[in-house]
Design a protein around this ligand. Structure first.
Ligand code: BGC
Length: 808
């Protein structure tokens, strides 16, 4: 039976209430066809037709229930009971619901929505049962992106989506894909990159993987949500061209390549208006220009101060009572977690909200929810294969960690070597960030445990840290939960630690020092000691350990188990190895050990630049914004760095960096050969044209490894000023044995090549010479480019006149 027919059979069950108890026993997955294919369009049309039939059987009141979610109790953060939720099928710990509908003609169950970006966030235990409901804690988004491996990210998405399905959830509230505009953004860990092509390709891969299970993915937070400070009252002021080329481009790629079932609008205002209330953003651009077919939901309580807790009541104006209606009119179909039905009713009575507005959003919701397991009454077993997923999580974690420094081939340390392991974070290993991106996993391996599996770890040093940790750990408050931390011990005046260092330098082969940083939702980080800058104690330990080990001709490696970046320039010269481990999820400890021992050859590369110092970041001065002159409660974030974010800035302004975007070391070497334009139909086919560059990558070293190959394009600066060059495509080779090679293809569509011309509301590829750099990182200074010529300007697509402009 085709997927198309299956879905109609299940819809018929729901429509006719053929059997209120009879399940539609479909166990297969949703269509995985390409969004561009006619089969996808046909299936989507069928869902839409069926949605119309369902809508015809619903009252106004029921339609409003659909649009306004059930709400959430802010004192407990528990969801209110959703309409038509069978208590036996409730999943504790989900973030929200879509109300169900039950009348004489239809029986649509409540639909369950759960976070998040690094794994399914549900409550792991329930009253009255011994059974547990743990999920896999996957590597954070920044680490997944540093793999540059879309196949691997799709595999992670597939496994994560399997847990969503098996735990009875319908929509995953992930992936997060905002641009890492500034290294201090508290939620950077959930996001992929400073570059929209990586962010878009990673999100598309994750969405494909999740949705192959017949559950929905939700790309978020749409859009220009690049600071956490005062997040409900923060206005991102961004020029339309910059928006389209940087902050929306990743979303555009994810929508066109993977058609997520849902988009989540963001908390912030954009150019003077809440994103959830911007029709130009949610309807003109997202739906009409990009062809998005899914539903749009608000972020929790977004665009809607009225729905917030009492602390926010002082901000309420009359206008806020209309905010629910304004969201629906803009194309924000679903208000989460909801509870604003009264407002919607009032707006309907006053004529502000029309039947057409309501039907449009209800149709968008009904079209998507027909695909869900709950709608289809699919049984679920609460029994994902967590062991198999743990294996994949270990591979994924090792695939994306980045080896930044390896002086004189200090690494790898042979398995069985004697290591002295310093730092409290080897015990308090951070698997992920805080907030809605947290995951309740059954287990998590610490770096101490990971090292012990493959090395002989100095027992005295380990015992010292165990006891120091037990005595000094204290809880810090994250947005949703507390997490333990401890400051590193001082070296000065600490004869016990000094003696341990001196002894270890004699007996052991090398030293490891693990440094950690936690951060998360609701707060940005600071450029201060103990946060972006290393603390005095951390710097002192690096000094002491390096002096002692170097005096014995031995090496020191720093492992960064961090949520976002930290400064490296103060201390990087003092150590031999630096491994940027980010947060690898529950398998962090094993993955770190796999890379240090060479069991896995590092192949991750940076998806964000590490600047020499924080002050070099182009948005450093303005981040995270300033209070509005007229309304001090409102934070204004001026995106005056324009298009020059990350490597676009450093390369254009020739500003030195500590580690360039796209950079990462391996234990082998690769040579690039036979680089050529393998296809170029731009001049013949214009907007439908494509460019393809091929390169043969050979492993010229001694051990097997994978190489990430990057294509940067320098476009002519004829009419529109552009960054010096921009990433347009990338590819990762398979694991190449020493001496073997692989030819990769780097494909660029005209849309991806194009710049946005705001004066004409058009995406254009300007005429002239384009330099193509096939490079191992964004430092292309030693790369000889290929040149192609575009004979005449190509207008790739037209956009909505005046969209995304400032609203006053
Ligand atoms: C976050 C979203 C999340 C939602 C539900 C919000 O605070 O910004 O990313 O999906 O909560 O937990």
């Amino acid at each position: 039976m085709s997927q198309f027919k299956k879905s109609l059979t299940c819809a018929a069950v729901a429509l006719g209430m053929a059997s209120q108890t009879g399940f539609c026993m479909e166990t297969d997955t949703a269509p995985t066809t390409q969004p561009q294919s006619s089969q996808y369009q046909q299936t989507e049309n069928a869902y839409r037709q069926q949605a119309k039939a369902l809508l015809a059987k619903m009252s106004l009141d029921e339609k409003l229930d659909l649009l306004a979610g059930p709400g959430m109790d802010l004192t407990t953060y528990a969801g209110n009971p959703a309409k038509n939720l069978d208590p036996k099928l409730a999943v504790e710990g989900v973030a929200g619901y879509i109300n169900g509908v039950k009348n004489n003609h239809i029986d649509i169950p409540a639909i369950k929505l759960a976070d998040g970006p690094a794994g399914l966030r549900i409550k792991p235990t329930r009253d009255g049962t011994e059974q547990t409901f743990y999920a896999t804690s996957w590597p954070i988004g920044s680490l997944l992106a540093s793999s540059w491996d879309t196949d691997m990210v799709e595999a992670v998405g597939k496994a994560e989506g399997d847990e969503v399905k098996r735990y009875g959830v319908d929509f995953l509230l992930a992936p997060g894909m905002n641009i890492q505009r500034n290294p201090l953004l508290g939620r950077n860990f959930e996001y992929y990159s400073e570059d929209p092509v990586i962010a878009g390709k990673m999100a598309a891969a994750l969405v494909r993987g999740v949705q192959s299970n017949g559950v929905g993915a939700t790309i978020k937070h749409f859009a220009a949500n690049n600071a956490e400070t005062n997040r409900f009252f923060s206005d991102s002021i961004v020029e339309p061209r910059v928006l389209r080329e940087l902050y929306l481009r990743g979303f555009q790629i994810a929508v066109t390549e993977a058609q997520p079932w849902a988009v989540m609008s963001s908390y912030n205002l954009l150019n003077g208006k809440y994103t959830g209330q911007r029709k130009d953003l949610l309807t003109d651009v997202l739906r009409n220009e990009w062809g998005f077919n899914g539903l749009v939901m608000s972020d929790w309580f977004a665009s809607n101060v009225y729905g917030l807790a009492t602390d926010f009541k002082r901000y309420i104006t009359d206008a806020d009572h209309h905010s629910a209606a304004m969201q629906i009119k803009a194309g924000n179909d679903l208000i989460e977690p909801g509870g604003l039905k009264d407002d919607l009713q009032a707006s309907y009575k006053s004529g502000e909200l029309t039947d057409a507005d309501i039907d449009r959003s209800a149709l968008a919701i009904l079209t998507q929810i027909q695909k869900t397991p709950s709608f289809k009454h699919l049984p679920y077993d609460n029994n994902p294969d967590l062991d198999a997923h743990a294996k994949l999580a270990r591979q994924a974690a090792a695939d994306g960690m980045v080896l930044l420094k390896n002086a004189a081939h200090a690494l790898p340390y042979a398995a069985g070597s004697k290591l002295a392991s310093f730092g409290t974070v080897q015990i308090n290993t951070l698997k992920g960030g805080t907030g809605s991106g947290e995951v309740n996993s059954a287990q998590a391996t610490t770096i101490a445990e990971g090292l012990a599996e493959q090395f002989k770890v100095n027992p005295q040093v380990s015992a010292y840290y165990q006891s120091y940790w037990q005595q000094n750990k204290h809880d810090q408050q994250g947005l949703l939960s507390k997490f333990p931390m401890a400051e590193e011990p001082a070296v000065a005046g600490n004869s016990e630690l000094q003696q341990l260092i001196a002894n270890a330098a004699k007996t052991d082969d090398a030293a490891i020092f693990t440094i950690g940083r936690q951060a998360g939702e609701g707060e940005d980080r600071t450029n201060s000691r103990g946060d972006y800058l290393l603390s005095e104690h951390e710097l002192a330990l690096i000094d002491a350990v390096s002096k002692a080990f170097h005096a014995q001709g031995k090496t020191v490696t720093v492992v960064l188990n961090i949520n976002g970046l930290v400064d490296t320039h103060e201390w990087q010269d003092k150590v031999d190895g630096i491994l940027l481990a980010y947060m690898g999820g529950q398998q962090t400890g094993y993955a770190v050990a796999d890379l240090l021992s060479g069991k896995v050859n590092p192949s991750g590369k940076l998806a964000q630049t590490i600047p020499v110092q924080y002050q070099d970041v182009p948005s450093a001065k303005g981040f995270p914004g300033q209070p509005d002159k007229h309304n001090p409660d409102m934070n204004i974030v001026n995106y005056d760095d324009g298009l020059l974010v990350g490597y676009r800035y450093y390369s254009t302004k020739k500003q030195p960096v500590a580690y360039p975007f796209g950079f990462g070391l391996s234990y082998t070497q690769f040579s690039y050969g036979d680089i050529k334009v393998s296809h170029n139909s731009l001049n013949q086919q214009g907007a439908a044209g494509e460019l393809s560059v091929s390169a043969t990558i050979a492993n010229s070293g001694k051990v097997a490894g994978k190489e990430v190959v990057e294509l940067y394009v320098a476009a002519p600066q004829t009419k529109l000023a552009k960054p010096a060059y921009e990433l347009k495509a990338f590819s990762k080779t398979a694991l190449l044995p020493a001496g073997k090679s692989e030819t990769v293809q780097l494909k660029v569509t005209s849309q991806l090549l194009a710049s946005f011309d705001p004066s004409r509301d058009e995406w254009i590829v300007e005429a002239g010479d384009y330099q193509l750099y096939v490079a191992p990182s964004a430092d292309v200074s030693k790369v000889k480019p290929l040149t192609i010529h575009v004979d005449k300007e190509i207008v790739v697509s037209h956009t909505t006149h005046g969209a995304l402009a400032m609203v006053k």
